[in-house]
Design a binder for this molecule. Structure first.
Ligand SMILES: [Zn+2]
Length: 232
């Protein structure tokens, strides 16, 4: 990104923050005025977790998704991803922390997340530079702070820019994502891993990523996504 572009993007964020201070905050979902947080009380009630058990399995690892990618949650994810609303990452992390407690308390999951390591599925540096930040990394940082789990953002690295997945067929998706990540095992493989992403659409990305972990002998792993589409 050029210096001028960077300056413009920093100024935009600054102006937005100043405006937020002068004018009262607005609910991200319905735009009514609120005193704190990001949602009004009515919209906060619309945030409902999916049941606390695995929504699917890839390469023998369970996938837990806290919400459907729709309604309020969709707006929050998009606001974080496209509108520079970084504060949203803290609230999404809080929702995830609540969901983690629920799935841990559900004995049928038989989860042991003691000393877990959160490994975020980062975007390619191209996207990072466009935005100036990585949305999943922000959620992961907040989640690590809230839960006390450690964060590892160096183990999994995206090495190839991939096309957006939503328009591709399953075969095209797998081809698109092949060899697009590198896993560097710089952590204790006996500790449980929480592989974190914001959305899962068909599970193709998670299927590919978990295969990398399996090859390296990481057997104690869960996939955790903020949301999933109804396709999944
Ligand atoms: Zn509202």
């Amino acid at each position: 990104m050029s210096y001028a572009k960077k300056l413009v993007s920093v100024l935009k964020i600054l102006i937005k923050e100043i405006l937020d201070l002068i004018y009262k905050r607005k609910c991200i979902n319905c735009a009514c005025q609120i005193n704190d947080g990001i949602l009004c009380k009515t919209c906060a009630k619309l945030v409902q977790n999916l049941p606390p058990f695995a929504q699917g399995v890839v390469n023998n690892y369970p996938i837990f998704s806290a919400f459907y990618y729709e309604g309020v949650i969709k707006k929050l994810i998009q606001s974080l991803k496209f509108k520079h609303n970084k504060a949203v990452s803290y609230y999404l992390a809080r929702f995830l922390a609540d969901y983690i407690n629920k799935i841990k308390n559900n004995k049928t999951n038989e989860l042991n997340l003691e000393n877990a390591i959160i490994i975020p599925v980062l975007t390619h540096p191209v996207n990072y530079n466009k935005r100036g930040y990585d949305n999943v990394l922000l959620i992961a940082k907040n989640l690590a702070e809230i839960t006390g789990y450690s964060l590892n953002s160096t183990a999994l690295r995206k090495t190839k820019y991939t096309k957006p997945m939503y328009k591709l067929t399953r075969k095209e998706r797998l081809h698109n994502i092949e060899n697009s990540f590198e896993l560097n095992v710089d952590f204790n493989i006996n500790n449980p891993v929480i592989l974190l992403d914001d959305i899962t659409t068909t599970g193709s990305t998670l299927e590919y990523l978990t295969s990398l972990f399996r090859k390296k002998g990481v057997y104690n792993l869960i996939c955790l996504t903020v949301s999933k589409t109804k396709k999944f």
